[in-house]
Design a protein around this ligand. Structure first.
Ligand code: ZN
Length: 455
């Protein structure tokens, strides 16, 4: 009878084929039949908030009337470099950019030359390796996939936790699958709202692509992420600063399995060989001083199947397989004091998961580590722009790129950067203790290291 009603509603266009049996995280975790798992369901936890979010899978902008987002953007906007322009199209056509792009890669554009060391002083290096030796830093992009139960069961059965880079639109579509990610102990990070090339967005669009998945993950799973991975690795220093302003560390990779191309551009055999190359490198001692990050995906059944197939070889070749936070000795997985905020150091994680195996101490010093994001305590506990790393940008010595910008820009003495010509630093959000400001389209002035924020 229920099925009949659904069929009837479907004919009327009132409902798609909804799963009658999925009502919460536990029921969504039951089936391991992909067709059944991917039956759409209706969840109040999404229905009650979706008008506060951009349209799913569409390039994001700040939602009309979202004062919290607007306020946060206004704060961050003041430290966004004006000399790095958007690049290409949302779909990754850079033909309007690359012919004229300076070969020295002044923007530290990963898409251009795999740059992971920002050119702007004060921005920490991206995550692209694991500092701990012989360690595979485990992460998966593009989830939550509706059909991930077999895969997540496999991870649990093998005492594996990973860093999951969830797409905001997927979280809204599959909220119970996202909740399972947290429940299973995975670290939840984000992978933008709509999965487009980030350097193509203007400042506000790039902000919205990061802000709304944070908000969705918080609303649906209860945790506020502290890291992200750009789709296609498309990031430059302008995007890094916007992410930093939201308390997000930028994660990339060292090796790419190209698993997401299975069935289109590459064969499963080729992807298996890509995995095998990393495994062979481990056996040859390549990771004796530092481990690695390998790009792998939750995007389709074949990508999840491939990891499960290759894991026994990975386990044999690498001493440890750990989530990003453990590989980097980061103990604050999330913003705030949530119960889920239970990150462990590498030594603690290894001791817990590898049956009492002890390592003497964390071998990485993380001298290049981002400091933890600070917390607002209000407005959904988003990290504030009053972030030590952002603050250090203000006090940084001028880099060549900034010098070039300052030299080429006609200073109009509008040093507070608000465009109104006064110099009173009149932002109610924060004030600069020095004369530094990153002015939109105006001069860029550097001076003291002291920055104060009054949020
Ligand atoms: Zn992706």
């Amino acid at each position: 009878m229920i099925l009949k009603n659904f069929a009837y509603l479907s004919l009327l266009g009132l409902a798609s084929a909804q799963s009658a049996s999925v009502t919460d995280m536990a029921s969504a975790a039951q089936s391991t039949d992909p067709t059944e798992e991917c039956q759409p369901y209706s969840a109040d936890i999404v229905n009650n908030i979706k008008d506060q979010f951009p349209e799913i899978w569409k390039p994001a902008t700040i939602v009309d009337g979202d004062d919290d987002a607007q306020q946060k953007y206004n704060e961050i906007k003041q430290v966004i470099p004006s000399n790095i322009q958007p690049k290409g199209t949302h779909d990754g056509d850079f033909s309007n950019t690359t012919p004229d792009y300076d070969a020295s890669d002044p923007d530290c554009w990963f898409t251009y030359d795999k740059c992971t060391s920002p050119k702007i002083d004060g921005l920490a290096e991206d995550f692209w390796k694991a500092p701990e030796p012989n360690t595979w830093s485990l992460g998966f992009d593009d989830g939550p996939n509706c059909s991930h139960n077999t895969f997540y069961n496999f991870l649990s059965d093998n005492d594996l936790t990973a860093t999951m880079f969830y797409i905001g639109s997927n979280v809204m579509n599959w909220p119970y699958q996202a909740q399972r990610g947290v429940e299973d102990g995975h670290q939840i990070c984000l992978h933008t709202w709509s999965h487009h090339y980030m350097t193509s967005f203007d400042d506000e669009g790039a902000f919205a692509e990061l802000y709304y998945p944070i908000k969705a993950i918080k609303a649906i799973t209860g945790v506020t992420p502290t890291c992200w991975r750009p789709p296609f690795g498309d990031v430059d220093d302008r995007i890094r600063i916007i992410a930093e302003g939201l308390g997000l560390r930028t994660a990339l990779w060292e090796y790419d399995t190209n698993d997401w191309k299975i069935g289109t551009e590459v064969t499963p055999d080729k992807v298996e060989q890509n995995y095998q190359d990393v495994i062979d490198a481990a056996k040859n001692g390549t990771f004796d001083d530092a481990g690695t990050i390998v790009l792998t995906h939750e995007i389709t059944g074949p990508t999840m199947d491939m990891f499960m197939k290759m894991f026994p070889k990975i386990r044999d070749a690498f001493e440890y397989v750990v989530p990003f936070y453990a590989a980097r000795n980061i103990t604050n997985l999330y913003v705030g004091d949530d119960d889920e905020n239970t990150g462990e150091t590498f030594a603690e994680y290894v001791s817990d998961v590898y049956n009492g195996t002890s390592v003497e101490a964390a071998t990485s010093t993380n001298s290049n580590e981002h400091p933890p994001a600070t917390v607002t305590g209000t407005n959904g506990a988003l990290a504030t722009v009053a972030n030590p790393t952002v603050a250090s940008i203000e006090g940084a010595s001028a880099t060549d790129i900034i010098k070039a910008q300052a030299a080429s820009t006609n200073s109009n003495d509008n040093t507070d950067g608000d465009g109104d010509g006064d110099e009173d630093g009149d932002s109610s959000a924060f004030s600069f203790g020095g004369s530094f400001s990153l002015a939109s389209g105006a001069a860029l002035m550097l001076s003291t290291a002291f920055v104060t924020f009054a949020l």
